[in-house]
Design a protein around this ligand. Structure first.
Ligand code: ATP
Length: 280
């Protein structure tokens, strides 16, 4: 399994505070990885170190091949037209792919319009298309869907997915809206308070967890409990691995959002690949 992105013991200190610490993860090539976590978790910091905008204080991060990055504010030249923006991209990139760039026309974005007059969704499409047309091996997108309406979010994700279907491209994208990621992402990375909590294949993670509901008296002995919440006499908990024996539990597979929320509510819990030879 070739890694497109590999971080080892990655740490970033800003002034006196560690904003990223002991972060070791590996995203296999060809995956679409969702990077989630609350505000200030360190998502942008991780992305900036991955694309070389920020030097780690400790550890290292390695990326295989060419990287394209779309920053949160989708920086573009507002006075350029869409066509001029594409011409600029073509002239400044040796790996430029006209077929990808031409997709903007198919999306109904007028080539003669000034970039500064585009809607948020159109602007996001231009920024993502510019990055994709550079034919990167790894595409890093910092909240590409922020401030977009549901239709525009769907369209941007569709543009990205069209490209991943055509060739081996690895994508790392951050978002606060887990439901946007459910259909498109197959790898999950959860950061919380600068620490890595989860990194793994989404289907395997969902298969490895259960949501249990039952009376507060039910015994969770033997289970690895990620987190729990109580409503009156009922308790609901996210567990990893083998469920507890008590027959009073009702068990079901979690959804992606439940899995993410379970970990975010329990910053001490982690679902990470263990180093070889180390027990559970
Ligand atoms: N230039 C800076 N100087 C000092 N601290 C910074 C700087 N940039 C970010 N930080 C701090 O680093 C921490 C992580 O920030 P980061 O932007 O990586 O989080 P994030 O997960 O991307 O958050 P958000 O979801 O709000 O975009 C925050 O506490 C932030 O205040």
């Amino acid at each position: 399994m070739r890694a497109a992105l590999e971080a080892t013991g990655l740490g970033v200190r800003r002034r006196r505070t560690w904003v990223l610490r002991e972060c070791s993860l590996s995203v296999p090539a060809g995956r679409v990885a969702a990077l989630v976590g609350p505000n200030g978790a360190g998502k942008t910091t991780l992305m900036h170190t991955a694309v070389g905008l920020l030097r780690p204080t400790e550890g290292n991060v390695r990326v295989a091949g060419e990287v394209a990055f779309v920053a949160q504010d989708k920086p573009l030249y507002d006075t350029f037209t869409v066509a001029e923006t594409l011409t600029f991209g073509r002239r400044t990139n040796t790996r430029w792919d006209d077929a990808v760039a031409d997709r903007l026309t198919g999306l109904g974005i007028p080539p003669r319009r000034k970039v500064g007059t585009l809607s948020g969704g159109q602007r996001a499409q231009v920024a993502v298309t510019l990055a994709l047309a550079r034919r990167p091996d790894l595409l890093v997108l910092d909240e590409p869907l922020a401030n977009l309406d549901p239709l525009a979010r769907h369209d941007v994700m569709r543009s990205i997915m069209a490209e991943t279907a055509d060739r081996e491209l690895t994508v790392l994208l951050s978002s606060h809206v887990v439901s946007d990621l459910e259909e498109t992402c197959d790898w999950l990375v959860v950061l919380n308070g600068g620490r890595l909590q989860v990194s793994g294949d989404i289907e395997e993670l969902l298969d490895d967890h259960l949501v249990l509901t039952g009376p507060v008296e039910a015994s969770a002995a033997g289970a690895r409990v990620v987190g729990e919440s109580r409503t009156g006499r009922q308790v609901s908990m996210l567990v990893r691995g083998t469920p507890p024996q008590d027959p009073r539990w009702r068990a079901r597979r979690p959804g992606l959002e439940e899995l993410v929320m379970g970990y975010l509510r329990s910053p001490e819990a982690a679902a990470l690949p263990r180093p070889a030879g180390v027990g559970a």
